[in-house]
Design a protein around this ligand. Sequence first.
Ligand code: TPP
Length: 368
Amino acid sequence: MSVDETLHQVLDVSGRAIAPVPDVPKEDLRRLHRHMVSMRLLDQRMLSLQRQGRIGFYGMATGQEATVTGSAYALRATDWVFHALRETGVCLWRGTTLEEFICQLIGNAGDVLIGRQMPMHFSDRRVNSVAWSSVIGTQLVHAMGAAYAAKLQQHDTVCMGYIGDGGTSSPDFHAALNFAQVWQVPAVFFCQNNQWAISVPLSAQTASSSIAIKAAAYGMRGVRVDGNDLLAVIQVTREAVERARAGGGPTFIESLTYRMGGHSSSDDPTRYRDAAQVQYWEERDPVRRFETWLRSEGLLTDADLEQWTAEVQDEISRAITSAESLPAPPIESMFSDVYAQMPAALADQMKYALALGKGTHVEGAFPL
Ligand SMILES: Cc1ncc(C[n+]2csc(CCOP(=O)(O)OP(=O)(O)O)c2C)c(N)n1
């Protein structure tokens, strides 16, 4: 199976089409742009909440809006997503609401994960997004396993596993790609190469000529796309997804992009990288590039942008207000979802915890 290390592009850096544009309905093109705008605004607002101490932790996808949105667009609602820190935008595209997302950042009663995950470790079963771990790379093994199950059960489901460039140095990356190709499972492995793994640059991550070339070691098809070019990402991901769905086996996609902000709200990237590099990528901004093309096609006006920005800011404000008004998850939720029938000892502990939660002293509770 071949690896194509050419960087696939549909738009050049200035937003001019240099290759055939994939078939996407006009209304979707506008929706895709609005989604990228909302991802960017959401990042700004959430980072500000974190700085005010209203949420504990946040991970931005600023600069990566096209790679996230374009890859999400290529999937069907019935497909499964195995993502990590930078792909919450995939869930939002698939129907998670802003309020649900913010509730997870707070870990309150409106959190679909009932406060059991770190902030930003979002997943949502209603949009087929699977729970993930901070341990980078593990989600690819899960994607591969679910894809294997889909194959055995003859579902026409595709499983999309996301990973970062740093994650490609993990043993799980190797295990997932190797098994997936040997068993020809309907998976797509999508690497957002944002060129930094916290403070480790790509040059210290791998000596390979690209990330895509790593597919060759597994006999897998590998492709490389300009991740700041929304249309190219849609095209390349769509091909891979449809190929997997048709029984043609997995694909490994390297989507070249750049992490404009810090690794997370706990990081200060000015301590380890050059302002000139950031400036270089600022000039390749994915949102502006797509916007320029939309305008040239007569699909976007200043008035649209103004309206969307105002609408999204308002949606975020309302979601924050509503999320912050909710209480903590109920105490019972600490005990649920473990056993089909709660064992007596656990039921006892729940009783004590409930009483303690109400401030009632319980004789003999939790002898320490
Ligand atoms: C197995 C493992 N090793 C190290 C870490 C610490 N760690 C957390 S995020 C991260 C960098 C991840 O970089 P990358 O995979 O490129 O994804 P990005 O955060 O850039 O999207 C590291 C090393 C971890 N969580 N898991």
